[in-house]
Design a protein around this ligand. Structure first.
Ligand SMILES: Cc1cc2nc3c(=O)[nH]c(=O)nc-3n(C[C@H](O)[C@H](O)[C@H](O)COP(=O)(O)O)c2cc1C
Length: 334
């Protein structure tokens, strides 16, 4: 295996370090990168061993996460002054081989590239209420445009009835997660207490906010609702605007595109100090996903659901070391 400690200047290691800051469900980090011979480029592969078998049987969320990592690789290359040459699904017979990014011609990074690159390590997922401050309308408009340019659609669910309906669907899905025993094993594999540190998964005692504080039910990582069925205080006014990111197709190419669009949106928001809180539970239940598609996303396939706002505090989650996720062609992928 490639050892970054002995080859600290390896260009692919630099790209992988940027890639792993991407979000992934339960912080599963379901990716493998391969440094191509002679550092000609880097490959992005899905790591299906890290897929959530119940929540993500098709691997949709794995590919979305890898798409976000791919966006980071492109950004890191731009930051270094090279135009990334991206090939999606370069070996059709191998669906886990999602993309290859080669070093293109020299190109001075634009101020926008530098801005987004600077936001990479400032972006974190939020759980719970936001501050009361509203988002700047120009940011909301910009996010729409970025999603559109990346081949996806971002819809803010602005009307009361729509928000209530979406909150109900999140609630139904989240209740299933909390009560159905089959989800417990999945939950257990990817959550841990801070006394047993890991570099993936969610440290459950990191966040003691009750998951039902806002209008949209959060994932109950710490099992708080078993001890406290209702939160001491509700903060509906701190929920923030909620958005659905969708695509016109529902195949691996669309999922990869979703991940790239998502990361573009998240970094733009983070550059303004705005973070996302995700509520993707109903997209993991086929019948609820169909209802969202029919009633809220205008027939497009809903891929992500998130609230946006200014966070009261941030908690960076750990990442696997680059030496663990970056391979050389001879290493094999298992
Ligand atoms: C496809 C996808 C689905 C996600 N769904 C949720 C969710 O429903 N609830 C949640 O709290 N976080 C969700 N997340 C965010 C992850 O929990 C988060 O990215 C991960 O824990 C790493 O933390 P970070 O984003 O702060 O680096 C999701 C992320 C992705 C990419």
């Amino acid at each position: 295996m490639f050892d970054v400690r002995t080859e600290p200047c390896h260009a692919s290691a630099y790209l992988a370090r940027a890639a792993v800051t991407a979000p992934s469900p339960y912080n599963t980090q379901p990716w493998i990168f391969v440094a191509e011979e002679g550092d000609r480029g880097v490959e992005v592969h899905a790591d299906s061993a890290r897929r959530l078998p119940l929540a993500d049987p098709s691997g949709r969320e794995v590919v979305i996460s890898c798409g976000a990592a791919l966006f980071n690789i492109r950004l890191a290359m731009l930051h270094l002054g090279f135009n990334p040459v991206v090939e999606h699904f370069p070996r059709p017979a191998d669906p886990a081989f999602l993309a290859r990014v080669a070093w293109g011609a020299y190109q001075r990074p634009s101020p926008e590239d530098e801005r987004l690159f600077g936001a990479l390590r400032r972006r974190h997922t939020v759980r719970g209420p936001f501050l009361a401050e509203p988002l700047p309308p120009s940011l909301v408009e910009d996010l729409h445009q970025h999603a559109h340019r990346a081949g996806a659609t971002l819809d803010f669910v602005a009307d009361r009835a729509g928000r209530r309906h979406l909150a109900e669907l999140v609630r139904i899905a989240e209740d299933a997660h909390r009560t159905r025993p089959e989800y417990a094993a999945e939950h257990k594999r990817w959550t841990w207490w801070s006394g047993e540190p890991r570099c993936d998964g969610i440290p459950v005692d990191a966040d003691v906010t009750h998951p039902d504080v806002t209008v949209f039910a959060g994932r109950d990582y710490a099992g708080l609702t078993r001890m406290f069925p209702a939160p001491a205080q509700r903060r509906p006014s701190r929920t923030g605007p909620v958005a659905i990111l969708s695509t016109d197709r529902d195949d691996p190419a669309a999922w990869l595109r979703t991940g790239e669009a998502l990361q573009r949106i998240l970094l733009e928001a983070a550059d303004h100090g705005v973070m996302a809180a995700f509520h993707t539970q109903p997209l993991e239940v086929p019948s609820l996903r169909v209802r969202i598609r029919q009633t809220l996303s205008g027939g497009a396939f809903p891929q992500m659901i998130f609230r946006l706002g200014y966070p009261p505090c941030l908690r960076p989650l750990p990442r696997r070391p680059v030496a663990e996720v970056l391979r050389t062609p001879g290493d094999g992928l298992t």
